[in-house]
Design a protein. Structure first.
Length: 272
């Protein structure tokens, strides 16, 4: 039992029920519908014969209090709370049963009288006046990017995937690649990289994978787009992560943890 005192609202279940009831009212604006929502979400306490008896008592108390506050207490629910008190259900589980019994008796007496000042229905949540502005990913999957650092060093990046799960927050999953020398790589070099063909282009070395946030891109190191190649994200260990509905870098050695979000300056010039 998640109680930390003898008070009516000093219990997790009571507060959870009241919170669910209040949330439901914001959309239904109807006590009966909100009560049905509570009984549905807490069916294991209201309808199950295997329910924990002490927790079931708290669920009934929470719903009774929520209904009473809005001036719509069900007589049958009040009778159930009275029956619980008469049978001392949920009383002896407290550290101080005597104090708890007194609290519940005062509570039942209070509910027996209609609420003289019932609460007004909560206002429904505000609907955004404007639709969400799409923020597409900065690059398309398969795009080959080259950028030169202020030091003259060249870095490459291969866009492995584009995530559009959230229309307002599109982003790319990008492999950062090393390219020694001062002559930029060609599209053919990127094609070899996409195949992970180390014999064709041994100078490529994957340094890491990062998620790049949505457009528009702003940064001092501007990438040059060479073109697009076919790329299989799985070759780089990238796969959909159903739990969050988006792309994540899957690293078996790291327990499948995701990668950090990096700005382009970090992706280009800092070790990963």
């Amino acid at each position: 039992m998640g109680a930390w005192g003898e008070g009516i609202e000093q219990d997790d279940t009571v507060l959870d029920v009241i919170g669910t009831f209040a949330d439901a009212l914001r959309t239904t604006e109807d006590v009966a519908s909100a009560s049905a929502k509570v009984r549905g979400e807490f069916a294991h306490l209201f309808n199950s014969p295997d329910a924990d008896p002490d927790e079931a008592v708290q669920a009934r108390i929470g719903l009774a209090l929520a209904q009473w506050r809005y001036g719509a207490l069900e007589p049958a629910l009040l009778d159930a709370v009275r029956s619980d008190l008469a049978a001392r259900r949920g009383i002896d589980a407290y550290r101080d049963p005597t104090a708890r019994e007194k609290v519940v008796r005062r509570f039942v007496a209070r509910l027996a009288v209609p609420n003289p000042r019932p609460k007004a229905m909560p206002k429904p949540p505000k609907v955004p006046k404007r639709p969400v502005k799409p923020r597409p990913a900065a690059f398309a999957a398969g795009e080959c990017l080259v950028f030169r650092l202020p030091t003259g060093a060249i870095r490459g990046a291969l866009v492995l995937a584009t995530d559009v799960t959230d229309v307002g927050h599109g982003f790319n999953v990008i492999a950062r690649l090393d390219w020694p020398g001062t002559t930029p790589p060609t599209l053919a070099d990127f094609e070899a990289c996409a195949r992970r063909d180390e014999t064709r282009s041994p100078r490529w070395r994957t340094l890491g994978i990062a998620m790049f946030p949505w457009a528009p891109y702003t940064g001092e190191v501007t990438p040059v787009r060479l073109g697009t190649v076919d790329v299989d994200p799985a070759r780089f260990g990238v796969a959909p992560w159903p739990e969050c509905g988006s792309w994540q870098f899957v690293d078996a050695a790291a327990g499948g943890k995701g990668v950090w979000w990096l700005q382009w300056e970090q992706l280009a010039g800092s070790p990963i």
